[in-house]
Ligand binder design. Sequence first.
Ligand code: HEM
Ligand code: HEM
Length: 183
Amino acid sequence: MLKNSSKSYGWISIVIHWLMAIAIFFMFGLGLYMVDLTYYDAWYKGSLDLHKSLGMAVLGFFIFRVFWRVITTQPTALAGPKWQQLLAHWMHQSLYVVMLLLMVSGYLISTADGRAIAVFDLLNIPALPWHVENQEDIAGEIHAILSWLLIALSVAHALAALKHHFINKDRTLKRMLKVDNVN
Ligand code: HEM
Ligand code: HEM
């Protein structure tokens, strides 16, 4: 039930998948909203602090997710052409790589001035002992581009899942919504 099986994702993978998906879409909206605020807006500091804290929490979930993925079985691909299975595989790998780079670039913007990131006032994530010139601007550009790339990939990925569900009528989406051990 908690672990994946060869037929379905288990609850741990399912819950992490959806929590991270919601958090990423929320973070994207929050990011676009907060960069338009000025220093005099009431939410200027609060929104940035929330974005950084939640972002570091998502990074924590990400690390656990990768670890969990390595130690549990992966459900076998459902029937379908080989190219489609390969495409899905590469899409998942790309989502992981872009998620990681996005969070690392966010960390590099936030720590460019050498200050630690306070995560919900609970813990401080220190800056690296070195930094590159214009780190804040370079990492900021990369972060903005990667955030759009991640959303574009996620939307394509979601559309593929919906196509499986409504057109092919297979269990691809169902087994990411609940533990489903049907043959
Ligand atoms: C979890 C996924 C994340 C998403 C989807 C996301 C999304 C975004 C977006 C859309 C922007 C606005 C970009 C622009 O138009 O200039 C932004 C800005 C920013 N993000 Fe993130 N972000 C994420 C994670 C993080 C993390 C982990 C941190 C740091 C701990 C972070 C720190 C920042 C900072 C400091 C800015 C402001 C940059 C500026 O002032 O130009 N983000 N983010
Ligand atoms: C930011 C949003 C999202 C990200 C980053 C994301 C990422 C991923 C990743 C990396 C996997 C591979 C399995 C794993 O390791 O957990 C996966 C599987 C899956 N995702 Fe998403 N996902 C997102 C949103 C969505 C949405 C909105 C849907 C549905 C409408 C969806 C449906 C699925 C399904 C059905 C699978 C299982 C695919 C299979 O068994 O081959 N995902 N997702």
